[in-house]
Write a protein that binds this ligand. Sequence first.
Ligand SMILES: Cc1cc2nc3c(=O)[nH]c(=O)nc-3n(C[C@H](O)[C@H](O)[C@H](O)COP(=O)(O)OP(=O)(O)OC[C@H]3O[C@@H](n4cnc5c(N)ncnc54)[C@H](O)[C@@H]3O)c2cc1C
Length: 291
Amino acid sequence: MADAIIIGAGPAGSSCALWLAKLGFNPILADARPTAGGLLNDSPFRNDWIVTQPGVTGPDLAEGIGLALAAAGVPMFLGARAAQALRSGDAFDVMFELPSGKIQAVSAPNLVIATGVQPRRGGLEPGPRLLFGPGQHVFESNFAGQSVAILGGGDNAFENYEFVKRAGASEAHIYARTVRAGHVFRAMANPDDVHHGPYEVEGAIGQVNGRAYDVILVMYGWEPMPVFADEFELERNQKGYLAVDFMTCRTSVPGIYGIGEVAARGHPCVVTAMADGITAAKDIQRRLENH
Ligand SMILES: Cc1cc2nc3c(=O)[nH]c(=O)nc-3n(C[C@H](O)[C@H](O)[C@H](O)COP(=O)(O)OP(=O)(O)OC[C@H]3O[C@@H](n4cnc5c(N)ncnc54)[C@H](O)[C@@H]3O)c2cc1C
């Protein structure tokens, strides 16, 4: 039996697994993706928000996570989706679907949910003109000479406005019911390009307020992916994020932890996700050593 099963090898889950391994425990870390690093793999931009590592990109950080986990000898299942979980006495059994199609069962007295978030779609169906959320798929798109609408009023909407303009878009307009972006981000946009207030989207034909665009970027923020929250009846907040005690990252069920972006805590980012991983690892140590 392992000491802890950690689902999600983004910054939160990886940090938890690394700390547990270095504290002398036996964690199992698993991720549906083929590599560790979570959303960092989708962020090709410079990440200048980490005070020890200026100028690195998301994939640079993801690679560093993979190296750190390997150096600490953390056992991992990659390309392995956690498909089912049950309680069995004092332990949790999780079934993973491996890339080979086999099912691998793992048991542990601690279960850490570090499954992050996905872009909100706001009821829009996927279509050829629509791109949901920021990241690699936006970075790889050709915006030269294209007219672009950006939906949403947060930091990502304004950052991506600046990106498509630099990438040669013929025009870029932000549509925001309310603007929540910080002043640094708001300053990136020409005020004439920002439409405040209600608007109508016809995603299938690429129209916003009756005006046709070549591309529509949907920057409606994120929604949590709290796997097994229903199975274990974990408390969640109104937006579906796992409710956790911020001193320990414990959820409402003893032995289950919620860390990183899937949990309702302070500002979500790489560093706070890693910090959550440490908080949970230290609490798991206390549980296992009966302190
Ligand atoms: C384009 C972009 C730019 C960003 N820029 C910055 C920045 O400059 N600075 C910054 O601090 N942050 C930035 N972020 C945010 C940062 O990437 C996240 O805050 C961080 O990755 C969250 O870590 P996490 O471990 O909570 O979740 P994630 O990184 O989302 O990892 C969750 C993992 O769980 C896995 N998972 C989900 N469900 C299952 C399942 N059923 N079975 C197995 N695995 C599962 C997923 O595959 C994923 O790998 C950016 C994000 C994006 C997309």
